[in-house]
Structure formats: C-alpha cells, structure tokens
Design a protein around this ligand. Structure first.
Ligand code: NAD
Length: 349
C-alpha cells in the first residue's frame, strides 16, 4: 500500500456463501473510487492482493486522464466462479460494498456480468454497469472498442501524417468482446485486418460476421508484416521478446497492463521507434460509459466523451516528445498533474 500509495484495503469474508473479497481503494481525490469486480481462482491470497493493488492504481490513472471525477478502486473475489456464483453470494458482496458508504463503486470485470451487478444492486446503490433493461448502460465493450479505434487513428496521424487507416494492416490479437467491435470499425474503414485468438469459436464468429478478415495462427505473430498491433487479449504482451521481433510502427489496443514492465519496455519502444498509445488512456471507453450511467445514462453523451481519446492521445504524443519521455510516462504525468491540481483546488472555499 505504501509503495503504490493506496488509501485503504478492505478484506471481507463470509463462510455461508464462500465469499472472500479484497476491495482496494487507491485514490479518491477526484471522487469516489470506481472499478470492476474480478472473480478469479488465484493461486494464493498474496497474488489476489497484488492484483487488487495494481488494478486499482490503474483505475486512478484511467479516470484521471479521461477527465472523470472518479478515483481508482478495484475488487477481487477469490475462488472458482463456476462453484461460487449465486444470488446470496452477490448480495453478500453487495452488503460489503455498501458498508463503504460510496467510497467504492463497483462494476463488472472478468467473470462477472451485468446480471451479477443486478444482484449486487439489491443491496447497494454503489454499483454501475447494470443491464439495459434495468436502466443501466449494458455492455461497455462497444465503447471500449470505439475508444481504441479513435486512439489508433490519432496514433496513425502521428506516425504517418494523417489519420486514415484504410491503407494499413492491423493485427487484432483477441477477437473477444472488445476485439469483435474493434474489427467492425476497422472493416468499415476498409482496413486489412489480421486476427488471431486461442479460441476457435471466437475466430469462427468473427469470420462469419466479417468475411474479409484474415485469420492468422496464434504463434509467431510478430514474424508477420503489419503496421499496427492491437493487443485485445491479455496483459504483458509487450515485453523484451516481442519488442525484439516487432516490425510494426504503432501499438494501440484494449488490453490492460500491456507493457510487461513500464520502466523497461516504454523506453525500449522509443528506441525502436514504435509509437505506443498508453493502455489506460486508449481503453477508457468502458469506464467512461459506466461513469455516465452514474449521472443518468445518455449514450450520445458517453460517445462524445469517448471521442476525446483522440485529442488526448495527440496531447500525450506532444508531451512525450517535448519532455523526451516514453508515452506511458507522459500520460502518467498528465493524470498525476490533474489529481494534484484538483487536490489543491479543494483547499479553501
Ligand atoms: P474477452 O475475454 O471477451 O476477450 C479476450 C479474447 O482474447 C478471447 O477471445 C480470448 O480467447 C482471447 N485470448 C486469450 N488469450 C489469448 C492469447 N494468448 N492469444 C490470443 N488470444 C487470446 O475480453 P474483452 O472484454 O474483449 O477484453 C479484452 C482485453 O481488454 C482484456 O485485457 C480486458 O482487460 C481489456 N479491457 C476490456 C474492457 C471492456 O470494456 N471489455 C475495458 C477495458 C479493458
């Protein structure tokens, strides 16, 4: 907590439902902490804690850079999703969230759904990302994908002088919730799209929907020729090994924590001349969408905020160049400055 600057970490357990939760609140300077609930069968409690600390810190940066009046938080639930999920389980968790009196607002994440949020919502109002039929904003993935597309266009402008992608080749790694929608935007702009995934069904669905895409094998993707790499599967795919093989000019994708080590791999990308759009900036479309739900959902308003990712990406490139730092650090500085400025503003009347 000291190393990463967390405000509060709360442990919760309930023997009747098997609930074991860690709620990490990183920073609430800008507003209540918001971040999803991840249900995962962690190897041990220490791994779960580290995940909660890392992810909640990421949410602070994501909301700050997106101009949202929200802080960073995240919850991890420990255990097997297939065995644990039940109405009682979610409602018990909802009670714990409620006990924090709005300092933490939850939403969906890995292994949690809008339906689960509905159960949580029976015990607390501090939940967002509810299903559309329940008055919520529904699936955030199309908004995340739109933000990634927008940030990718800004990166293209920086790399090639204009933001058209139509003569480019993009590799989308992961044809999941976000990847599918991203492919849709790219195909519409007549981009050549290469797609890989470890899940054959996901690839089949994508190919049926967009016959023009080219499915490629999952191994050795960096031996292929493409202009833009869009990681939309897992974190840490930008590492020493992959960078050494990369021939692309731009990295712009949805995955969280794309750089295996930001201190090593940010500078390495600069050295290789590869433009990296910081993940917490480009994949903020989803949180932007659920944040709008908190003030009364309006899709047009959500999209207009997501579109700002374009300008912000250009701003970060300019700062990175001016200060001669990797884009990840430039983005972190902008986020940290906003938090500091607003904290100072609150001193006085
Ligand atoms: P998802 O689980 O629906 O899709 C991920 C896809 O990646 C799956 O089809 C999976 O089979 C594939 N995959 C997994 N490992 C792979 C590998 N080694 N190689 C190739 N493909 C692999 O998840 P999603 O909701 O589409 O999210 C994608 C990424 O974006 C995740 O890292 C997530 O944390 C991040 N993200 C998502 C959102 C959102 O709104 N859903 C918001 C912000 C960030």
């Amino acid at each position: 907590m000291q190393q990463m600057g967390h405000e509060q970490v709360v442990y919760c357990q309930d023997p009747h439902t098997g609930l074991k939760a860690i709620i990490a609140i990183h920073n609430t300077t800008l507003g209540p902490s918001l971040g999803g609930t991840r249900l995962w069968n962690y190897n041990n409690h220490e791994d779960a804690l580290i995940d909660a600390l890392r992810l909640s810190r990421g949410m602070t940066y994501k909301s700050a850079i997106s101009g949202l009046n929200l802080g960073g938080g995240k919850a991890v639930l420990i255990g097997d999703a297939a065995k644990l999920k039940s109405e009682a389980y979610w409602r018990r968790y909802g009670k714990f969230v409620n006990s924090l009196n709005g300092k933490y607002i939850t939403a969906e994440d890995v292994n949690t759904s809008a339906k689960d949020m509905e159960f949580i919502g029976m015990e607390t109002k501090f939940v967002t990302g509810l299903p559309e039929f329940a008055g919520g904003s529904g699936d955030p993935s199309p908004f995340t994908a739109y933000g990634v597309y927008t940030g990718m266009k800004a990166a293209a402008k920086n790399a090639w002088g204009n933001d058209s992608l139509s003569d480019k080749t993009v590799l989308v790694q992961g044809a999941g919730n976000v990847g599918q929608y991203l492919i849709g935007y790219l195909v519409k702009e007549e981009v050549r799209v290469l797609v890989c995934d470890i899940n054959e069904d996901r690839l089949k669905t994508a190919k049926q929907k967009y016959p023009v895409i080219e499915v490629v094998a999952n191994d050795d993707i960096f031996d292929l020729e493409f202009d833009i790499y869009a990681p939309c599967a897992l974190g840490a795919t930008v590492n020493s090994d992959s960078i050494s093989k990369m021939k692309c000019h731009v990295i712009a994708g949805a995955a969280n924590n794309q750089l295996a080590d930001e201190n090593i791999h940010g500078p390495m990308l600069v050295e290789k001349g590869i433009i990296y759009v910081p993940d917490f900036l480009i994949n903020a479309g989803g949180i932007i969408n659920i944040s709008v739900e908190l003030e009364g959902y309006n899709k047009e308003r959500a999209l207009s905020i997501v579109e700002k990712i374009y300008g912000r990406t250009l701003e970060i490139f300019a700062l990175a160049e001016q200060e001669n730092v990797p884009t990840q650090f430039a983005a972190m500085r902008i986020a940290e400055k906003r938090i500091k400025d607003i904290a100072n503003l609150r001193v006085g009347i």
